[in-house]
Ligand binder design. Structure first.
Ligand SMILES: [Zn+2]
Length: 188
């Protein structure tokens, strides 16, 4: 497969308003497919390129969206994916449409989980359990949400939020020690 040609085709069909595509490079890789904004390069996993046409088209669409929106799997990403689904429908590509729908479903689920983590981690540490350790926190969330520890620990922001919340708790504690009764402990 000529990936440069394929890239141009997918851009013309699904991202016709994207002007800068010609300044982007496309390469094959043994590693994961990904969009590297710093070098304006999209790399495609060799084995993934050998899959069915619909899978390959979705792969291109997915990586191109990262290039267009310059971001991760956020709401903007989902909106672009929905647009691509509409286009696929107009082009009578029903199998591709199904694949995009599945991708939308998967990403919006993980978006929801990410948002839940962003709210829940600071809450647990600052309100529910200020003395909780990182390990205990992961355990508590897996129990609460029915997910695997890895679902939490794979997100770098999770640990970062935990550390930030811990720092807040520490500052609050020190302030309370310093000023004694002036700041009463907030009861839940
Ligand atoms: Zn992605």
């Amino acid at each position: 497969m000529n990936i440069r040609k394929k890239f141009g085709e997918i851009v013309r069909m699904y991202f016709s308003k994207w002007k800068n595509w010609k300044s982007w490079k496309v390469r094959r890789t043994n590693g994961d497919s990904k969009c590297k904004w710093s070098s304006k390069t999209i790399v495609f996993n060799k084995d993934e390129l050998l899959k069915e046409k619909d899978d390959v088209d979705l792969l291109f669409i997915h990586e191109i969206i990262h290039a267009v929106i310059r971001g991760g799997h956020n709401q903007k990403f989902l909106n672009r994916l929905k647009k691509a689904k509409t286009t696929a429908s107009k082009l009578h590509r029903s199998e591709l449409e199904n694949l995009i729908e599945k991708e939308i479903d998967m990403i919006s689920k993980s978006e929801k989980f990410t948002n839940y983590l962003k709210n829940r981690i600071p809450d647990i540490v600052t309100i529910d359990a200020p003395d909780i350790s990182w390990k205990e926190l992961v355990k508590a969330i897996t129990a609460e949400h029915g997910c695997k520890p890895r679902d939490i620990t794979k997100h770098k922001f999770a640990r970062r939020l935990f550390n930030q919340a811990k720092k807040l708790v520490e500052i609050e504690k020190k302030t309370r020690e310093k000023f004694g009764l002036l700041i009463p402990k907030c009861e839940k």
